[in-house]
Design a protein around this ligand. Structure first.
Ligand SMILES: Cc1cc2nc3c(=O)[nH]c(=O)nc-3n(C[C@H](O)[C@H](O)[C@H](O)COP(=O)(O)O)c2cc1C
Length: 376
């Protein structure tokens, strides 16, 4: 279908070639598996500590189009020490399949035990984090510190691969810095020891979240793999960004983090675009309110009324940006005393409608480290 684009571009990427919708890469229609696990679409929800909670993952998954979700990173040692916070982070549910639980650490036996626990908790895939740039995690030898030591990283990952029956994937960055682009070498090593896929964020640890994603860097990781799928990650906010990621890197799937917070309907749009050539209409007011409603109620179910009322504040400003509800109703949700009050306010919002035109997507404010040694 050759439709003129109605989507706004983000500031970093051109919106379309010649104002026309670009076709989805043919690969998007091919069946896809990670190890033995069938993956229904090639658009993944990237792990984001503090954001990609089970409540949000369930609410987004219901919109359709999400191939695979990954939990926020979970400390292997905290899991085996049975800390409640670790169990909350690793929590998943029967409706959430396939799902990867992401663990990090640097001690082999801890990673093995934690991975086995994650399988019992419902993980269809174990994802090992080797990309996290945060000081606290790197200092302990986990996250992106492992990028510096190919042998050590290889042995750690191999121990996990051999210990669990589900596929093991690794999420990493291109290397520690520009002078040490270890990701292709690590990918070859991981493939040889049975890793089922690599998810590559096209930045170095030194870059943290600065600059733009390095697509040739991701392509070099794709070139290093013989058979396993490589999942491209970084700065995908629109379907044009996704198309470019596939085209310029040759990756098998795309993982999306911040872009999905800015446009939660992105997976559905990408999947429709892959299947029909058209992302479908932008979601209207009531669909956006439905999403907010479901997200909140999942949170209540999982964490109880009090915690849900406080935790939901964090995402309220984004929803408000997307639905443009009357200010007074928005303020009612900020100081939310109960679920009943939420339900009343949502009903009022549905009656009132938006106060102005709705944006197709926006750039949510998400704090990221400004430099590699920033405290975060
Ligand atoms: C707030 C925040 C938290 C993150 N937490 C994790 C994490 O727990 N595990 C992980 O592998 N990557 C984490 N990341 C990195 C993202 O998964 C992703 O690689 C990065 O944001 C680039 O993709 P994007 O441009 O689509 O957001 C985090 C990123 C952000 C912004």
């Amino acid at each position: 279908m050759n439709r003129t684009v109605t989507y706004e571009s983000n500031a970093m990427q051109p919106a379309a070639r010649n104002g026309e919708l670009v076709p989805a890469p043919a690969i998007c229609l091919e069946p896809f598996e990670i190890g033995s696990v069938p993956i229904p679409s090639r658009f993944f929800f990237a792990p984001m500590a503090g954001y990609s909670s089970l409540a949000l993952r369930l609410a987004l998954r219901e919109l359709g189009g999400m191939g695979l979700a990954t939990t926020e990173l979970v400390n292997a040692r905290s899991l085996i020490e049975k800390r409640q916070k670790a169990f909350e982070l690793a929590e998943t549910s029967a409706e959430e399949q396939p799902v990867a639980i992401q663990i990090y650490g640097h001690v082999a036996w801890e990673m093995i035990d934690a991975a086995k626990m994650c399988v019992d908790l419902g993980a269809s895939i174990i994802d090992i984090n080797m990309g996290c740039p945060v000081k606290k995690i790197v200092k302990s030898g986990g996250g992106s510190a492992l990028l510096c030591d190919v042998d050590n990283a290889g042995s750690l990952v191999e121990a996990v691969v051999q210990a669990v029956s589900v596929p093991v994937t690794v999420k990493m960055r291109l290397g520690w810095d520009d002078a040490t682009p270890t990701a292709p070498e690590l990918t070859r090593r991981f493939e040889s020891i049975g890793v089922a896929a690599v998810i590559i964020h096209g930045r170095t640890r030194e870059q943290s979240f600065m600059g733009t994603v390095n697509l040739p860097g991701i392509a070099s990781v794709v070139a290093a793999a013989e058979k396993i799928p490589i999942v491209g990650n970084g700065d995908v906010r629109t379907l044009f960004d996704a198309e470019r990621m596939f085209r310029e890197t040759g990756c098998s799937a795309v993982s999306i983090g911040r872009g999905a917070l800015g446009n939660p309907f992105l997976f559905r749009e990408l999947d429709l675009w892959a299947k029909t050539g058209d992302p479908g209409p932008a979601p209207g007011f009531s669909e956006r309110v439905d999403l907010m409603d479901r997200h909140f109620h999942y949170l209540v179910k999982l964490r109880g009324e009090r915690t849900a009322c406080t935790q939901f504040r964090k995402t309220l400003a984004w929803y408000q940006h997307a639905i443009r509800a009357p200010k007074a109703l928005y303020h009612q949700l900020i100081n939310l005393p109960s679920v009943a009050r939420f339900d009343e306010t949502i009903a009022e919002m549905r009656k009132s409608g938006p106060t102005g035109p709705l944006p197709s997507h926006f750039e949510p404010k998400i704090p990221t480290p400004k430099g590699p040694i920033d405290k975060w």
